[in-house]
Design a protein around this ligand. Structure first.
Ligand code: CP
Length: 319
């Protein structure tokens, strides 16, 4: 694996999940795999879970890790090609990324969507520029449209939780929010669940909140949240802004907030959310502060997801 941006970069989803469980059982089993290797983690957007879990994962493998908050501490980066840099940007990614490629063996990058220019966001312009110019493997720490470490974590969490000899029913439900959020967690979860093919997958959202069909194809999509929730084994709650009329909030309908009452029609479903979450906006306290909530388990599994991905990259170095 030379990069980790989408599910298509994963040689085998099942192998990554098995590897994650191996590291969860014994975090230091490969503590020399990354000896004398360095990882740089660049954040152009804030993070808690991704930042800490990926650092822990790299350290378990014996890597040295440096974190750089580009947004707060670095020079303002320019990404457009052939631009006249007479504005606020100070350094071109074309100059910065090759330097980072000399400092580090692996680069983790968190970028962001504009939520204005759909073509630019869905072309993954920012992270592609780092791939193009750094010359080292790039791991997405969340990009404009996808969040693969989160999705791998989600599949790990579902696998370790569901032990019945049948396909679990998984419902991804849109939730209200106070601001326009990216589609990346919902896109990525859909992409990984569909590629995995081991679940009955339903997506429910208000009208006009369709996600990009390249990720959702294969899922049953409905605007009737309560119907969708019936007999669900897992309910994944997430807000996203509109995809078609890009980056808008069409609805903030509080009736879409997930409540205990709504969960009554499920198969005693487990609750999933990537965090951070807006309590009593996306879902109610009583749903989150409940034994069926997997959110802490999900977040803790971020370490093992990152460790399985970094190990795969380290194993492939020099091949
Ligand atoms: N879920 C997630 O990526 O959390 P952070 O934004 O805190 O990294």
């Amino acid at each position: 694996m030379k990069k980790f941006i989408t599910v298509n970069d994963a040689p085998s989803i099942s192998t990554l999940i098995e590897s994650a469980f191996r590291y969860k059982a014994n975090p230091f089993i490969d503590k020399h795999l990354g000896t004398n290797k360095t990882m740089g983690m660049l954040f152009l957007n804030p993070s808690m879970r991704t930042r800490i879990s990926t650092q822990l994962a790299a350290k378990h493998l014996g890597m040295e890790v440096l974190v750089f908050n580009v947004g707060n501490e670095g020079w303002a980066l320019e990404f457009e090609e052939e631009v006249i840099m007479s504005g606020t940007t100070v350094e071109h990614v074309k100059d910065a990324a090759p330097v980072l490629g000399k400092y580090f063996d692996v680069l983790g990058v968190r970028t962001f969507p504009t939520l204005k220019d759909k073509a630019e966001d869905y072309g993954e312009f920012y992270i592609q520029q780092f791939i193009k110019y750094s010359g080292v493997p790039v791991v997405s720490l969340e990009s404009a449209t996808l969040h693969p470490l989160q999705s791998l974590t989600d599949l790990i969490t579902i696998t370790e939780t569901f032990k019945e000899n049948r396909k679990p029913k998984i419902v991804l439900t849109w939730a209200p929010h106070v601001k326009a959020l990216p589609q990346c967690v919902a896109n990525s979860f859909s992409q990984w669940i569909n590629a995995w093919g081991k679940t009955d997958f339903v997506i429910t959202h208000p009208e006009d909140y369709e996600l990009d069909p390249q990720f959702t194809k294969g899922a049953l999509i409905t605007h009737h949240q309560q119907e969708a929730l019936k007999d669900a084994d897992f309910v994944y709650v997430k807000n996203w802004s509109t995809y078609n009329d890009y980056g808008k909030i069409y609805s903030n309908d509080p009736s879409w907030m997930l409540t205990k009452k709504k969960m009554e029609v499920t198969n005693n479903a487990k609750l999933m959310h990537c965090l951070p979450v807006r309590r009593n906006v996306e879902l109610s306290d009583e749903v989150l502060d409940n034994g069926n909530s997997l959110v802490t388990q999900q977040a803790s599994n971020r370490v093992w997801a990152a460790q399985s991905v970094l190990a795969e990259i380290l194993h492939n170095m020099g091949k």
